[in-house]
Structure formats: C-alpha cells, structure tokens
Design a binder for this molecule. Structure first.
Ligand code: EPZ
Length: 417
C-alpha cells in the first residue's frame, strides 16, 4: 500500500530546518563514479528514492556501492555491464546520465529511451546529437539507444535548447575524449558547476562551468575522489515558501543562498523579510502576500522546479499574478488539484493567471510529479481543515523526510500507511 500524508492547515511555521544535499547534484555526481577506478566517497547525499534507484543502477553495472548514513562510497573498478534497462529509466529519467560515462569508459552503452513523463515529452535528442558529434555511432533499436565508439574525439557542440542533464551527460563523455570539446549554450545551473568541480577534482580539465561556454580538454584517465554534495536549492525554496505562506518565521540552515538569487528576489517582492548569511537564510512574513508575476527560465532565472510551489503562494495573495512556464510544456498538473482546494487559476497555453483568494480549503489530492506533490503539501499547510496528499511516492523521490521537517517547524502533518 502507498503512504499518504495528512496535513491540518493553519499553523505558522516557526523554528529551524536543516537543508539536505541536492538530489539533482547528487544524481550526476554519483554517476560520474563510473569514470574512474577506485573508491569514490560522497558525503551529504540525501536519502531519497531517486538516489536508491541510482545506486541500484550503478550496482547493476558492476560497481561496488556502500551506503553509510549520508555517505555513499562507489567503486566502479569492476564495471562490466553497459545497459540501463527500461524498468530503471522509466522510474527515473536521470538514468540516461549513464550514457556519456559508459561510452567514455567502455566504448559502448545501451540505455532505454525514457519517453515522456507527466510534465512533458522530454526528448533526449540533444544528448544523442552531442554524443554523435564526439564520434559515437548511435542507433535506436527496440526502444533503446545503442551507442558505441572507440576513444571519443573532442568537438564543438551547440545546444539548440539549454539542457541541464544534456550538458552534464556530454561533459562526462568529453572529459576523457581526445582533444578539446566546447559546449555552447550550456546550462549554467549550480548542479552543472558541482559536477564540473567534481570532475576537476578527479583530474579533468574543464573551464567555464557556470557560464554558457564550457571548454573541456580531454585527459587520459581520472582518479577517485571524496566530495560533498551541495545543498538542495529547490528544497530550500520550498521551505521558504512554506514560511511565507503560513506567515511564519523560519531559519534555513546548511543551505547556499547564492544559488537562490532569483527566488529570493521574487519572494522579497511578495513582502517577506529575507536575510542571508554565508549558509543560512532567515525568512519571516506578516500580513498580506503581494502578487508577483513570474516566468520560469534556465538558471540564473526563476526555476521551473519552484513554479508549482510559488503558484500556491500566489493563490492566497492579494491581487492577480501571471505565471509563465517556459521550460516544460505541461507542468501545470497541480492546477486542477489546487482548484479543487478553492484556488482561482486559469491556464491558457503556458500561462497561468492566478487570482488570490482569502482561503484555500482542504481536500483529498494527488499529483503525478514531484514538485506538484510538494505544492499540494504547501497548500495543505494553509488550507482550512485536513488535507490528504496521496501518491507520496513522488515526494519520496526528491524530498528527504519532508513531513518530519515540516512537523519540526510546528506543522500538524503526518504520514500514514
Ligand atoms: C533537469 O531535467 C532536472 N533534472 C529537472 O528536475 C529540472 O526540472 C530541469 O532540469 C530543468 O531545470 C535533473 O537534473 C535530474 P532539461 P532535464 O534537459 O535535464 C528540452 C525535478 O523535479 N530538451 O534541462 O531533463 C526539454 O524537453 C526535475 O527535480 C530537448 O528538447 O531538463 C525541456 O523542454 C524534474 N531535448 C528543456 O529542454 C533534449 O535533448 C529543458 O530540459 C533535452 C532537453
């Protein structure tokens, strides 16, 4: 049976919450272990379903995995398999990140095509085009990508669309290629920089990560390392919005305020008080929430992964706001559930018009996407009555102990079987 989360609305969040390591940084970094022989040690790894799927995939490929609290050790010396099967890729799209490292290390990879998911079609054509430019031959057979190559050769690659995992996949493919690779219109997300920093520690020669042009000079081999996963900026933003929604007073610890520039800027315009130190954020809110228009963009713009949570905040704001989703074509699956909770939202194409209402009311809800599910928990925190969020599976993919963390801040929330 699937768990559900029960939230009774009305409590102001107060106190301190510790932010976990970033899911979307941990996934490519754990997978980068495939590039070196020897024991890599990763600390501050969050305890999430997607992380378990990743370590399972790595173990299937022949790596030795040892998990000890938030420390994960991976030794890919015994890498023997080159296949990521449908079952795993279907559960977690980020499994396609093994493509680059497997081709780089073994000269071959067979990875199930991920297909669409709740938030859109999500093709991987740019990953494949880039790998082909590096000299891999690519075939699509029976729903799988089959890639093979001798030693990859550096190339000049332009991304038509900014893609986070596409940039990461090609960066991992190029680090041991012969010669120089230039990735243009590369993603600038902090998770891309974290992966580049990890690869550089391993002995790679990479410049420009964090800008839209990344230059990689191939090296002959990489060494195992020890590194810590950066804090999760989306989890951070989710708790900040929870504090503002409930007119609370929350201190977020062990986070990285520098990765949240656009979010902090926009949340300040809702009227919240936000102060930052090197690795903490202090949020407090009183009175009305002002409405603010938001457009999702690649980093350093406002993240698509925070759009659903922000919509909840706007649904109880004074006035009307316009939210534009420019990254994924179908990332409004939370809207119909929020409407069932009393929100006034109209969607036209990729634009949502959110007219603030005085109160949300509780309901039984569910969502088929991680961030949409998080937005329903937030809605439950301010709704009148008791909200039941079903299909908690999606939350467990990306939020560590979400109900315990909210309970620690004074929310009336629990998980039931
Ligand atoms: C990453 O997905 C994140 N996942 C997503 O996190 C996040 O929403 C997304 O980036 C955008 O920030 C991980 O890092 C594991 P993209 P990714 O390729 O890399 C199109 C979460 O909730 N595109 O940057 O798959 C694509 O369809 C999630 O944690 C192509 O057309 O996203 C989309 O419209 C979900 N062809 C746009 O680019 C390609 O080959 C950006 O997607 C690749 C992408």
């Amino acid at each position: 049976m699937m768990d559900k989360i029960i939230v009774k609305g009305g409590n102001s969040l107060k106190g301190e919450v510790r932010i976990s390591g970033a899911k979307n940084a941990a996934l490519p970094i754990l997978i980068s272990s495939l590039l070196a022989e020897g024991v890599n040690t990763y600390t501050n790894v969050p305890d999430l379903m997607d992380i378990h799927s990743t370590t399972m995939l790595l173990a299937k490929l022949g790596a030795r995995v040892d998990i000890d609290g938030d420390t994960v050790r991976i030794d890919a010396a015994g890498l023997i398999e080159h296949e990521a099967a449908y079952d795993l890729v279907r559960k977690m799209r980020a499994s396609v990140l093994v493509l680059g490292p497997l081709v780089a290390r073994l000269g071959k990879a067979r990875v199930s095509l991920p297909g669409g998911c709740a938030i859109g079609a999500r093709p991987i054509n740019l990953h494949l085009k880039g790998l082909a430019a590096l000299g891999a031959s690519i075939e699509l057979k029976h729903g799988y990508v089959e890639a093979s190559a001798g030693r990859l050769k550096g190339a000049d690659i332009y991304f038509d669309i900014v893609t986070v995992t596409g940039t990461e996949n090609l960066m991992m493919a190029a680090v041991t290629a012969q010669g120089t690779t230039v990735l243009r219109n590369a993603a600038r997300e902090p998770e891309v920089v974290a992966l580049a920093d990890t690869l550089v520690k391993m002995g790679a020669d990479i410049e420009g990560a964090g800008t839209s042009i990344i230059t990689i000079n191939g090296v002959s081999s990489l060494n195992p390392i020890e590194t810590a996963i950066i804090p999760d900026r989306i989890e951070t933003g989710t708790f900040m919005m929870g504090a503002i929604l409930t007119r609370g007073k929350v201190t977020l610890l062990d986070c990285e305020p520098n990765h949240l520039g656009a979010t902090i800027n926009i949340l300040r315009r809702t009227g919240a008080d936000i102060d930052t130190t090197a690795n903490a954020i202090y949020v407090s809110a009183k009175g009305d929430v002002a409405s603010v228009d938001v457009k999702t963009q690649p980093y350093p713009g406002f993240p698509t992964d925070m759009q659903a949570q922000f919509m909840v905040l706007m649904s109880i704001a004074e006035g009307t706001s316009m939210i534009s989703e420019t990254i994924f074509e179908n990332r409004y699956i939370h809207v119909s559930e929020l409407i069932r909770m009393g929100a006034d939202i109209k969607v036209d194409g990729n634009i949502a018009i959110v007219k603030g209402v005085p109160h949300l009311s509780s309901a039984q809800v569910m969502a088929t996407d991680l961030r949409a599910s998080a937005s329903l928990i937030l809605a439950g925190l301010v709704a009148e009555g008791t909200t039941e969020v079903n299909r908690v599976y999606h939350l467990d993919r990306g939020y560590e102990s979400i109900e315990k963390k909210f309970a620690g801040l004074g929310a009336e929330i629990q998980r039931v079987r």
